[in-house]
Design a protein around this ligand. Structure first.
Ligand code: FCB
Length: 434
């Protein structure tokens, strides 16, 4: 008898990949990101999204590849600037195109999960202040209503908003994403508006589609103390956890604003206290933090990378146990959990293979301990435009040459396929390691 046994996943587990409209569709010329990309210096490698993966024309081909690789689900987003190119004007041909793509997915036996906002805003909305402006709550709801009326018969899993904390941090704290500001107070205002917009959209979706499953895709990045024995390191880590991970999720979940997002209830929440049917977890890495009195702006926590750990192309630690800890933490909500994103970039494929295997082992460990994980979406299917990193950090199971459009599955696509088809990590895979 070998040392390993098969690690099984629950029946009906969803195995998929995740994408976002702007990163794959190409020529989304009418949104804030396209405009941002045109200024030299904004995208690290000097590229633009351009034709991206040409999904507006070629999505079906890649979905066929995903289905052939044993995947039974796909998470994608719809692009607001295509559907509502000018305020209150709807482009029915864009909605028809999304119906084709989602219909294709269904015919290939893949369950769609649709994200309604994944970082991009129509230019007209951006010009009105986008999420800095309270009016966006109403405008987003009108958009959600239109999309759910058009696509609801084909979709039952909805993510209202992708990673509000990352959107606010990158745009208003780090300032390397549009609108490129450094203004923490406004970052919290943006998150508050997103929390309110989620509550309103949650209601709208359920009014139109009572059986829908609605959540968000929450980016959880655990902050761990460098020296667990040090009360000061623990304090610094817990403050950062509170601000980055907890406030936004708790506010969106319960409709009760959690400091420092604000006091009291989301005004639109009424008497209800639950606004999520599932927890969507995006997990990539964790942060190690030590107390530093000189870092008031970072809540006295200096982030650092420990010696000897494996890093991804962003210089972040590869930390598979982190996904297990996140899943254990989210089990407290007693809701189904989907891993809405998890993945790594690698110019070769060895790191990617190892990353997938190590993270799935941790996911299965949580499941074996009773955590209700229902699906896993690897980020991403085909190399795509990675925001401010441009084309320099390929995450795909499938390699893409952005110039020619040529695709080539990487070995990790086969590893993932083997696991998805077996609905288990087999003993053979574990014995071979990566
Ligand atoms: C997440 C984003 C996704 C992609 C991955 C690498 O934060 O949701 O669009 O950029 O990171």
């Amino acid at each position: 008898m070998g040392q390993y046994k098969d690690l099984r996943f629950p029946a009906d587990f969803l195995w998929g990949t995740a994408t976002a409209a702007h990163q794959v569709e190409g020529h989304n010329t009418n949104n804030n990101w396209w405009a941002w990309e045109q200024t030299p210096g904004h995208i690290e490698d000097g590229t633009t999204s351009g034709r991206a993966c040409d999904w507006w024309n070629r999505a079906e081909e890649d979905l066929d590849r995903a289905a052939a690789l044993g995947q039974n689900a796909h998470r994608m987003s719809v692009e607001w600037s295509r559907i509502e190119p000018r305020p209150g004007e709807w482009d029915e041909t864009a909605l028809t195109r999304y119906r084709q793509i989602i219909g294709h997915m269904r015919r290939r036996g893949m369950e769609p999960m649709i994200t309604l906002h994944h970082f991009t805003n129509p230019l007209w909305l951006e010009e009105r202040g986008a999420w800095e402006n309270e009016e966006t709550i109403v405008l987003f709801n009108r958009f959600v209503e239109k999309v759910v009326e058009a696509l609801g018969d084909m979709v039952s899993l909805w993510c209202t908003i992708n990673e509000p904390n990352v959107y606010a941090y990158m745009g208003w704290a780090d300032g390397v994403w549009p609108p490129g500001k450094r203004d923490i107070r406004t970052a919290f205002k943006v998150m508050r508006h997103m929390a309110r917009a989620h509550v309103v959209a949650y209601r709208t979706i359920h009014r139109l589609q009572p059986d829908a499953q609605v959540g968000i895709a929450h980016h959880e990045r655990p902050f761990d103390p460098l020296r667990p024995g040090s009360a000061l390191d623990r304090l610094a880590a817990s403050l950062q956890n509170r601000v980055f991970n907890e406030c936004i999720f708790a506010s969106m979940y319960s409709g009760r604003l959690s400091l420092p997002l604000g006091w009291g209830r989301v005004p639109e929440a009424g008497d209800e206290s639950e606004f999520m049917d599932f927890v969507g977890l995006n997990y990539y890495t964790h942060e190690v933090v030590t107390f530093d009195l000189s870092r008031a702006g970072e809540l006295f926590g200096r982030r650092l990378v420990r010696d000897g750990v494996e890093l991804n192309l962003f210089g972040e630690e590869v930390y598979p146990e982190g996904i297990y800890h996140c899943l254990k933490k989210f089990a407290r909500y007693h809701k189904p959990i989907y891993i809405t994103e998890n993945g790594t970039s690698d110019h070769g494929d060895d790191r990617r293979r190892r990353y997938i295997l190590q993270h799935l082992v941790q996911v299965q460990r949580a499941i074996a301990e009773g955590v209700p994980v229902r699906g896993y979406f690897y980020w991403t299917l085909v190399d795509n435009f990675e925001w401010a990193k441009g084309w320099s950090t390929p995450f795909g199971l499938i390699y893409l040459d952005p110039a020619s459009g040529e695709r080539r599955p990487r070995p990790s696509a086969e590893l993932y396929a083997e696991i998805a088809r077996a609905n288990a990590i087999s003993r053979d895979i574990l014995e071979a390691g990566c």
